[in-house]
Design a protein around this ligand. Structure first.
Ligand SMILES: Nc1ncnc2c1ncn2[C@@H]1O[C@H](COP(=O)(O)OP(=O)(O)OP(=O)(O)O)[C@@H](O)[C@H]1O
Length: 246
């Protein structure tokens, strides 16, 4: 599905690499979260995997059948919701699957003819989530798609994402700096850290879904009990940071 063997990624003009010696894979149907502190290189890594940046040394094998979802929904403001969805579809118009996706995201038919500017932030993310699944990608890359949303809205969107992933089973690589979000979603968590960033830990999440907040808190305690230094000295790793940093 996706296999990256990254030797180095160095930004032009930089003295040192931002990422080095990273091996990362996502199996078919697997949900992998990539966690690391702000600025460590998560988005940079995702852009390499998405094929948006070819300036690195190493090898990448990734499905060309890609869906992408970013921090901001990136809907075209001059196109209606229907036209935004049609944009990613080979036939250039909304098919039954796309309409079902919109409905599954809790958006009614009237939404189809609205422009993104006429929707709330949460509704725009729902449209972007539907669009990411609309072309039935085999590999879905998500870069902090639910950041800066109210907690209940973000939680609802996570549920919608999981439901759709379980229905269609693409391989997923989901970037987040929020450990609890990763523990809620992932089959496996890959932790990045250091400078240049490398994989510091891989953690398999065995708890059945849906995972309650109590189950997530329990997993966090087990993880940080086994790896007490995992979040030490880091910024921006969500609620777990406070407990880890004491
Ligand atoms: N186009 C660019 N040119 C030069 N440096 C860049 C560029 N894009 C990102 N960087 C640098 O690369 C490093 C990693 O950035 P990146 O956005 O990948 O981090 P991140 O882990 O995704 O952060 P966050 O969680 O805050 O989104 C940062 O130091 C950033 O300043």
């Amino acid at each position: 599905m996706m296999h990256l063997q990254l030797a180095r990624k160095t930004w032009p003009g930089a003295d040192s690499a931002v990422l080095a010696d990273i091996e990362l894979h996502v199996a078919a149907g697997e949900f992998v979260c990539l966690v690391g502190p702000s600025g460590c290189g998560k988005s940079t890594l995702l852009a390499l995997i998405a094929g948006l940046d070819a300036e690195f040394s190493g090898t990448l094998r990734a499905s060309a059948d890609l869906g992408l979802l970013f921090q901001t929904p990136r809907l075209m403001p001059w196109l209606t919701v229907r036209e935004n969805l049609a944009l990613v579809l080979p036939q250039g118009r909304c098919d039954a699957h796309a309409l079902e996706l919109l409905a599954a995201m809790g958006l009614d038919a009237a939404t189809l003819d609205r422009y993104p500017g006429q929707l709330s932030g949460g509704q725009q993310r729902r449209v972007a989530l539907a669009r990411a699944f609309a072309a039935r990608p085999r590999l879905l890359l998500l870069d902090e798609p639910f950041v800066s949303l109210d907690a209940p809205v973000a939680q609802r969107l996570r549920e919608l994402l999981l439901a759709q992933w379980q229905a269609e089973r693409p391989g997923v690589l989901f970037v987040t700096h929020d450990l609890d979000e990763a523990l809620t979603l992932a089959d496996r968590i890959v932790f990045l850290g250091g400078a240049p960033a490398q994989v510091v830990l891989e953690w398999r999440c065995g708890v059945l879904r849906p995972r309650s907040p109590a189950a997530v808190a329990g997993q966090r305690a087990v993880l940080l009990g086994a790896h007490p230094d995992l979040l030490a000295g880091r910024r921006g790793c969500g609620p777990a940071q406070e407990s880890a940093d004491g």
